[in-house]
Design a protein around this ligand. Structure first.
Ligand SMILES: [Zn+2]
Length: 200
C-alpha cells in the first residue's frame, strides 16, 4: 500500500455499490495493471461533470436545459410518468412501451429519513400540471410504504390542481418494494400495458 493508492481506494469505497474489495480491485486495475485506461476515464469524468445536469422540466439527465425526451416532438406531451430515480427512466425507455414524458422525483417521501415534499422535485411537477396540457399521470413508484405515501401525496396535488387528469399506477406485476430499476423490459412492458386507473 502507498498513501496515494490508499486515498483512491478510500474514495472509491464511498461510491454506491462498491465494498472494500471492489474498491481495491478497481484502484489496482486503474493505477497498476491497466494505467492506460485511467486517462480516458479521467477526461470523460471531467467532461461529464461539466456537461451533465438535470433537465429543468422533468429532472432527468440532460446536457442542455432539456433532456432528449423533453426535446423530442414525437413524445406525447399530455402524459407524464412519475418515477423516483433517473435509472427508472432508463428502464422504462428500454421497454419501449411508453411514449409520454417523465418526471423524476429524485427520491420519495420518507418522514423517518427527513425527506418531505420540499426535498423532492415536486414544485416543478405542480408547475407542469398547471402549465402543460396534461391529461394523464402514470405513477411508477415502489409498492412499499414510502412509495404508497408518495403516490398519495401526488394524487392529492392532482386533485387540488387539475382533477380532470387520469391517474394510473404501474408496479402491480413487480415484486413488492423492488423499485423499477432492476425490472426487466418485458415485465415493465406488461406493467405499463396493464396500468390501471386508480382514480382520485
Ligand atoms: Zn426532460
Amino acid at each position: 500500500m502507498t498513501p496515494s493508492f490508499d486515498k483512491v481506494r478510500q474514495l472509491l469505497k464511498l461510491l454506491p455499490g462498491l465494498g472494500h474489495r471492489s474498491a481495491e480491485r478497481i484502484a489496482l486495475h486503474l493505477l497498476v495493471e491497466r494505467p492506460a485506461k485511467l486517462e480516458p476515464l479521467l477526461s470523460a469524468l471531467q467532461a461529464a461533470a461539466l456537461a451533465v445536469r438535470r433537465c429543468s422540466r422533468c429532472g432527468s439527465l440532460a446536457e442542455s436545459d432539456s433532456c432528449e425526451v423533453c426535446l423530442d416532438p414525437k413524445r406525447d406531451a399530455g402524459s407524464i410518468c412519475v418515477v423516483e430515480q433517473v435509472p427508472d427512466v432508463m428502464s422504462i425507455e428500454r421497454s419501449s412501451a411508453y411514449r409520454g414524458t417523465y418526471h423524476v422525483l429524485h427520491g420519495r417521501l420518507s418522514p423517518i429519513n427527513g425527506i418531505g415534499p420540499e426535498e423532492l422535485n415536486l414544485a416543478t411537477f405542480e408547475r407542469r400540471l398547471k402549465d402543460e396540457p396534461i391529461t394523464e399521470v402514470v405513477l411508477a413508484l415502489g409498492n412499499d410504504i414510502e412509495g404508497e405515501a408518495t403516490c398519495h401525496f401526488i394524487r392529492e396535488s392532482i386533485t387540488a390542481i387539475k382533477p380532470s387528469v387520469k391517474v394510473s399506477r404501474i408496479g402491480f406485476g413487480l415484486p413488492s418494494g423492488s423499485g423499477l430499476t432492476f425490472a426487466d423490459p418485458a415485465t415493465l412492458r406488461s406493467a405499463l400495458e396493464g396500468r390501471r386507473d386508480v382514480g382520485i
